[in-house]
Design a protein around this ligand. Sequence first.
Ligand SMILES: [Zn+2]
Length: 124
Amino acid sequence: MSAVEIICKNCGADTLLKREAVYDGFTKTGEKLTCSGCGFEYASESEVPFKAKKAEPVIFTAADRSAKVDVFDKGENRRLCRYCANYIVNPFTQFCSVRKKEVQATDTCSQFKLNSGETGKPVL
Ligand SMILES: [Zn+2]
């Protein structure tokens, strides 16, 4: 039986729910849900003041995305293909003239050569 945390609405304690099977002879007729602190009995599962679980962290929010861009602003962008002299972009593709392959603006490359005229700052 796993411990279920509740905030008891009777005694107000941050405590555990006690779940006991109720038998009529040998037949399980239901469950008795009580506060392990004060013994208050809840009529049904929907009455139980379950302690709210911590919200799952939201991994990709708009704020996080802009935070990542900020990280790039602090130096990493110096090696991004989009700032490279060998980065060729046209409406159909982005291409590295050194590696002779299609690249993404956010790729990084060991043969990076800063495009003169680029400050390394992202163009907004
Ligand atoms: Zn209680």
